[in-house]
Design a protein around this ligand. Structure first.
Ligand code: PMP
Length: 458
């Protein structure tokens, strides 16, 4: 067998993909997989969607690439208008990029340049949550709170001030209100140590993605953050790279709680897996201040090219034309009920949480103490591997800062039908039954397992 020059992360050999259609993918040996996590929560319209193909071919025949300092292009203008419209005008300006990390990094630089332009260059720090994921480039990684990803680069990254986020599953504050009050007061306390006038922005994911397994916020939390930002004069940034563009059933996740940010990042589902396209959305005064002071000193070659933007437009139009936000809500409810039924059946499913078609399933060795399984058991990768054997793709991570805890995301394409959702749940049940027999019962019978288990909380 020839050894491929490709390298990604360490991991087992993977099947070679042949083709996809709708929510299904097939490998070159003919095995079928239901794409229960939309690739990396990005193929939101499934595979080989004819509307995307048509729009992309039409744009390819016209022009694929022009550069933003030489030409304006229609798709970019229209996509920017569509994005503003999707926020009901709460965000007014748009800057295009090609990935989520670029979107986050661009938001960081825009926020910093805003304060330089408005005479507050002493603002140097960002505040973000632990755990969280905001991207892999050095700036975005500085915001990310996920220990294994941070560790090799800690010495060369401008890390943010890390504060806890809401954790309605593991909180020990009594009520949700008390929990939010404590999280906000810890956030404030840490900011006060650094000095409120040194903060550029607080950055959060309104619905957590891979790093937290779909953790939610609530209105009181967002309102509290908004007030804190306004009080100390910093910006509020929502990272909706994963949860934006319909994933949670509204165009943007923050709209469930009605507290708008100053900047918003999005990517992944914007190109729906057909072409890389992301964006930073901003309130106008921030952009105006930067533009009046020499312009935004930032940009990427492929940003806002016609093919990228035509793809993004086609994705948004398809969501509108096929009324897919309604389907996200309906199938999301079906998925929720199905996952909760599995939780009843397997006592090691500690929590099922999410919104729309973004669901996290957290595994614990003891549902009462919420103790995690031993980290070295790597349940998060095992459950994913077994599900894949059963013809289902899910998305795994560790729940507690990347060092312990196991969860996976279930986040199928918005186009999934009722019958396909039933099939997803059937395949998941088969996988979990096998996990129970082949791995968990063995772990639980091992006398030393509890000694290794960690009770750390996030
Ligand atoms: N922010 C969030 C919330 C994400 O989920 C991701 C990707 N998982 C990123 C940023 C980075 O996006 P990308 O991988 O496209 O660079």
């Amino acid at each position: 067998m020839t050894i491929s020059p490709l390298f990604y992360q360490a991991g087992p050999a993977m099947p070679e993909v042949s083709h996809g259609k709708g929510v299904f993918l097939w490998d070159t040996k003919g095995k079928e997989y239901l794409d229960g996590c939309s690739g990396a929560i990005s193929c939101n319209l499934g595979h080989a969607h004819p509307a995307l193909r048509e729009a992309m071919l039409e744009q390819l025949d016209r022009v694929a690439f022009t550069y933003r300092t030489q030409f304006e292009n229609g798709p970019a203008v229209e996509l920017a208008e569509a994005l503003v419209d999707m926020t009901d005008g709460e965000m007014e300006k748009v800057f295009f990029v090609s990935s989520g990390s670029e979107a986050v990094e661009s938001a960081q630089k825009l926020a910093r340049q805003y304060f330089v332009a408005t005479g507050q260059p002493q603002r140097r720090h960002f505040v973000s949550l632990r755990p969280s994921y905001h991207g892999s480039t050095l700036g975005a990684l500085g915001l990310t709170g996920y220990e294994p990803l941070e560790a090799p680069f800690a010495d060369i990254t401008a890390g943010s001030i890390k504060v806890p986020g809401p954790d309605f599953y593991r909180q020990k504050d009594g009520s949700r209100d008390a929990h939010i009050a404590r999280v906000l007061s810890e956030t404030r306390a840490q900011i006060e140590v650094a000095g409120g006038d040194s903060i550029i922005a607080i950055v959060i994911e309104p619905v957590g993605g891979a790093s937290t397994g779909g953790r939610l916020v609530d209105r009181a939390y967002l309102q509290g953050l908004r007030e804190l930002c306004d009080e100390i004069g910093c910006l509020l940034i929502y990272d909706e790279v994963l949860c934006g563009v319909g994933r949670t059933g509204s165009w943007f996740a923050y709209q469930h709680w009605g507290v708008a940010p100053d900047l918003l990042t999005t990517a992944k589902g914007l190109g729906a897996g057909y072409y890389p396209v992301g964006a930073v959305l901003s309130r106008a005064p921030i952009v105006d201040a930067v533009m009046d002071n020499g312009g935004f000193q930032h940009g990427h070659t492929y940003a806002g090219n016609p093919l990228a933007c035509a793809t993004g437009l086609a994705a948004i139009r398809t969501i509108r034309n096929e009324q897919l936000l309604d389907n996200v809500a309906a199938r999301g409810q079906q998925l929720k009920l199905g996952l909760e039924a599995l939780q009843q059946r397997f006592d090691w499913i500690g929590d099922v949480r999410g919104l729309g078609l973004l669901w996290g399933v957290e595994l614990v060795s003891d549902p009462h103490s919420k103790t995690t399984f031993p980290a070295e058991a790597n349940l998060f990768t095992k459950v994913t591997a077994i599900a894949k054997q059963e013809g289902l793709l899910i998305y795994p991570r560790r729940t507690l800062n990347g060092v312990a805890g196991d969860h996976f995301l279930v986040s199928p394409p918005f186009t999934i039908s009722e019958a396909e959702t039933t099939l997803l749940l059937e395949r998941l049940e088969r996988a979990l039954t096998r996990l129970d027999h082949e791995v968990i019962s063995v772990l639980r019978d091992a006398p030393s397992s509890q000694q290794h288990a960690t009770g750390i909380t996030g």
